[in-house]
Design a protein around this ligand. Structure first.
Ligand SMILES: [Fe+2]
Length: 271
């Protein structure tokens, strides 16, 4: 019936909103017109999109104070996010480039996890630029600009996490069998998207999926099964990106998490 560039599921909050569908397509076209090596294109965000950004940041602030790990809280002020304005990917990218050599590159929509991970080797982080639908500001079924910036930028500003991200890319490029690629994808998911650590007797979030989701951050402690961090097990655990995560893994500390990941990934990357 329609020919949208970006397909949305029928249960997507924006599925029946023609203006939102047009907007998504326009932002996707911007990404498609991007040339590698150039800064991400400027998006002229609408007042209602800035409002969603403000509302989500406001809702997340007390949850970050309660649940965000130390490195996230240290990285946050370096990014200089303003509560009333969605930052351009290009601005945050320039800041990260100075801090850790990472830069954002725009993508039109979902890509394969393998493609995403391979680009990390050159410290390129593929990111979307659209905003979630305003009818469901605290929830998004797909990664949007809030997820990419609020969730990932603080850790990409930390040289230790930047290195681990790059190592995921190097390991993905070095291994050839699909089973190991799957292990890498699952480990990225359970550590860098949904990882938890202990900090001063409390459980804190490290993962970008948790730190950018009001819903997940508010519920995981009560409703997810928290298991001790065990790399072998994590690598074998499947996940469903469309649901709240039923199982999460808690590392003894950020240092322990980074240490285990670095050792494993370096081994894979060097063949
Ligand atoms: Fe992510």
């Amino acid at each position: 019936m329609d020919a949208h560039l970006i397909q949305l599921d029928q249960d997507h909050p924006g599925f029946r909103d023609p203006a939102y569908r047009v907007r998504r397509d326009a932002i996707a076209r911007l990404a498609l017109s991007h040339r590698a090596g150039e800064p991400p294109p400027q998006v002229a965000y609408l007042p209602e999109e800035h409002q969603v950004w403000s509302g989500v940041l406001e809702a997340l602030a007390p949850l970050h104070a309660r649940y965000a790990c130390r490195s996230f809280l240290e990285g946050w002020p370096k990014l200089q996010f303003e509560p009333a304005r969605i930052p351009q990917l290009s601005e945050v990218s320039a800041r990260l480039k100075q801090l850790t050599g990472f830069s954002y590159e725009p993508v039109a929509g979902l890509m394969s996890p393998r493609e995403f991970m391979e680009r990390l080797a050159a410290r390129t982080f593929l990111a979307t630029q659209y905003m979630r639908h305003p009818s469901a500001p605290l929830y998004t079924p797909e990664p949007d600009v809030i997820h990419e910036l609020v969730g990932h930028a603080p850790s990409l500003s930390d040289p230790r996490y930047a290195r681990v991200n790059a190592l995921f890319g190097e390991a993905t490029a070095a291994v050839t069998d699909d089973a190991t690629i799957q292990e890498l994808i699952r480990t990225y998911w359970f550590c860098l998207e949904f990882g938890l650590v202990r900090e001063g007797g409390e459980v804190k979030a490290v993962g970008a999926g948790l730190l950018s989701s009001f819903g997940e951050l508010g519920r995981f402690e009560r409703e997810s099964t928290l298991l001790p961090f065990e790399l072998q097990r994590i690598a074998q655990t499947p996940f469903d990106p469309t649901q709240y995560q039923a199982t999460l893994f808690v590392a003894p500390s950020e240092e322990a998490l980074l240490g285990s990941l670095t050792g494993w990934l370096e081994g894979l990357a060097s063949g």
